[in-house]
Design a protein around this ligand. Structure first.
Ligand code: ADP
Length: 454
């Protein structure tokens, strides 16, 4: 069993990991940047080491410093959380070389799934449906245009190294294509240091439905059902829920089986998410696999009762999975809203700063994952997400009522947040009917007066 764990992350996910470790009796080492000294996870971890300046490329992205901290403090494993180094194969490899267990899959799996074009190939090999698209990357404009014409417009040009909705452009005809192709390449080069792109058919108003999987070192893989993450702003998730209000039991089973098939085909170890897009007829297509714990993992935890972070740590310790597929039951409905320090009135611009007053909601069916407290200053250097509100209940209606109530209770003074925006969605009849596709937020902005959500 892991005895001592370094948490190579910050914010709510670092705190989430500290909590899982405390329950498992694992000692924790927090690493933090100069901007995070006052962070809750730093206060709650058993030990803490400052690894550098505020900017993440001077601290949380400095793999060598993190490994040095691990060696100084004599830890036996590193949990990368999400973001930062979580899908950095080189870092996972360095851990492997230093005989420090990286909590996640092998560096090989990270490499293969980290490249979305390769991931597509692996899905094809495992006979999991993919969206019609290019075979591998398309590296020059002329070939790319030919490929796009063959697929048929509209198409989406996507960075192989993409993430967080960056390096993705849609083109509706060949004239627009050239511009969008080059923009996608340039954006990908700037964001990921890799301008390679591939092309897919653009689905007009799909649903984003993903399957959570867990695999152990003994080769067992299970799935924990889906999360519907169709409510997105600029390809980034805003609200996630499970079960999906859209899919049938039959589709759920098929998707689960396909996700397990794909994970098994690469001896996948740890927690992972297989992401799909789905059309109106419930045809679904693989888009990517995330080889880490995801922001929205709490939704699945509240639906199934499985503690995914603990399972990650047990798997990394070499334990066989605690569950077989038949043990996984979907007990209730859960929904998550991401609370961000941003101003919906100014096009959702980040709004860091001091939180003067903080009162988090509670009560029956409400879970808050957050590192924020009254007096805490949100640094400007990192992601703007400051809390996740997860509510659950015996059915969707109850989970939604609780979400509405919880968001109404939330008091955060001193900074702007997107709480009113999330609440307006939760109250929107279209969303309540379970009708949201990935186009939903765009339509919401056209339909709903601004003062309802700013
Ligand atoms: P990222 O890794 O940047 O999050 P994904 O490949 O997971 O990128 O896609 C993110 C979102 O972009 C999807 O949930 C969906 O809304 C949109 N998207 C991606 N591919 C397509 C497609 N082929 N057609 C329509 N929308 C797409």
């Amino acid at each position: 069993m892991i005895q001592k764990l370094l948490i190579a992350n910050r914010g709510e996910i670092a705190l989430r990991i500290v909590r899982a470790c405390n329950e498992l009796g694992i000692k924790t080492l927090a690493v933090y940047s100069e901007a995070d000294e006052q962070s809750l996870h730093v206060q709650l971890a058993d030990e803490a080491i400052c690894i550098g300046l505020a900017a993440s490329n001077q601290s949380y992205l400095k793999g060598d410093r993190i490994i040095a901290a691990a060696e100084i403090a004599d830890v036996d494993a590193i949990h990368p959380g999400y973001g930062f180094l979580a899908e950095n194969a080189e870092f996972a490899e360095q851990c492997e070389e230093c005989q420090i267990k990286f909590v996640g899959p092998s560096s090989n799996a990270i490499i293969n799934f980290g490249d979305k074009a390769k991931a597509r190939e692996m899905a094809v090999k495992a006979k999991v449906p993919v969206i019609p698209g290019s075979e591998g990357t398309v590296d020059d404009e002329i070939t790319a245009l030919k490929v796009a014409e063959k697929i048929g417009f509209p198409v989406i040009i996507k960075a192989v190294a993409g993430g967080g909705g960056k390096g993705m452009r849609t083109a509706h005809n060949s004239v627009a294509f050239k511009k969008e192709y080059n923009s996608a390449r340039n954006e990908a080069e700037a964001a990921f240091g890799n301008g390679a792109v591939y092309i897919e058919k653009f689905l007009d108003a799909p649903r984003h439905i993903e399957i959570q999987v867990l695999g152990d070192q003994q080769g067992n893989v299970i799935h924990l059902g889906e999360r519907d993450c169709s409510v997105q702003r600029r390809h980034q998730k805003v609200i996630e829920e499970a079960p999906s209000p859209f899919i049938s039991d039959n589709t759920r089973k098929k998707m689960g089986k396909d996700a397990v098939k794909l994970a098994k085909s690469v001896n996948y170890e740890g927690a992972g998410t297989v992401e799909f897009l789905m059309d109106e007829e419930q045809n679904y297509y693989f888009i990517e696999m995330n080889t880490r714990i995801q922001v929205e993992h709490g939704v699945t935890e509240e639906v199934t009762g499985v503690d995914l972070v603990k399972e990650q740590l047990l798997i990394a310790s070499g334990r066989k999975l605690n569950y077989e597929q038949k043990d996984i039951k979907f007990l209730r409905h859960a929904i998550e809203c991401r609370v961000c320090a941003e101003d919906p009135g100014r096009n959702f611009a980040p709004c860091p700063g001091q939180v003067d007053l903080y009162y988090a909601p509670g009560g029956h069916g409400v879970r808050i994952d957050s590192h924020v407290y009254g007096g805490y200053t949100i640094p400007p250097y990192y992601d703007s997400m400051i809390a996740k509100v997860i509510t659950y209940g015996s059915d969707r209606e109850l989970a939604l009522e609780r979400m509405d109530r919880a968001l109404g209770e939330y008091i955060i003074r001193g900074i702007k947040t997107n709480i009113a925006f999330a609440r307006a969605i939760v109250r929107d009849p279209h969303f309540r009917k379970g009708k949201a596709t990935t186009k939903y937020v765009e339509e919401f902005f056209q339909r709903v007066p601004k003062d309802l959500y700013t």
